[in-house]
Design a protein around this ligand. Sequence first.
Ligand code: SF4
Length: 300
Amino acid sequence: MKLTGVHLLLTYQCTFECDHCFVWGSPRQEGTMTLATIRHVLNEARALGTVEWIYFEGGEPLLFYPILVRGVREAAESGFRVGLVSNGYWATSPEDAEVWLEPMASPISDLSLSSDLYHGRERLSPEVRNAQTAAEKLGIPVDVVSIAEPEAGARSCSGQLPHGESGVMFRGRAAETLASRAPHRPWTGFDACPHEDLEDPGRLHVDPLGYAHVCQGIALGNVLTESLKDLCERYEPSSHPICGPLLAGGPAELARRYGVRPRPEYADACHLCDQTRHALRSRFPEVLAPDQMYGVPEAG
Ligand code: SF4
């Protein structure tokens, strides 16, 4: 596995509780990365020698602003290109947004702002507009990411969504809250993972508890108990208990392999994958982890 990107989930907490969120971000979530863990992951990423990008995301990473600023700076000082993903809640005016961004302006090479009808009443919220204006003034490359409504599923499949808009992936909270609004198809047709390169992942998401996820909720190991290098070297895609079946025949094969009885139809491959993994959690507690990724409210 040649990792080029490590995405740090700085926190599971968020100002919002969006229906489409696949990490179940919410103000009630628990789990935030300490500076010591950030430094540990940066050291591990540097030891690999292949990682170019470190992303800070969440939840909403600017909720833990001083730690984020320190982490961003130390990542840049370690020679990584740095990305940041935020919902822009902090950008109350262009001038104030500049104050928030300025301490991170030179290290950040990619600012990704989330704005859509899940986050607010307008597709492009005033806060995200303010953050965009401030970022452009500071010379930070910035992009807005919008997720389409579930009813846009057909347009999403035919590539007809407006520029910058993506279709919903029905995993995490979206599987519970939005899937019923989308057209469904027979489960047997979901015979491949459409979004992640499970054979040779180029990036991993590391959460505050140290779990390294190939897709949110599918852990390859824990960087607090083994080195990232060992974790990458020991990854055998075909013998991983979840990635193996997914590679062999997608979520449909995952259900078949472990005798999980699916419903007749699902909204997409992620929906079947998510529901099957929920049913398998007690069997693979260290792989299908942590509770936060499965919406267990009392997680912590
Ligand atoms: S099919 Fe499963 S592994 Fe693939 S992107 Fe969807 S949820 Fe992740």
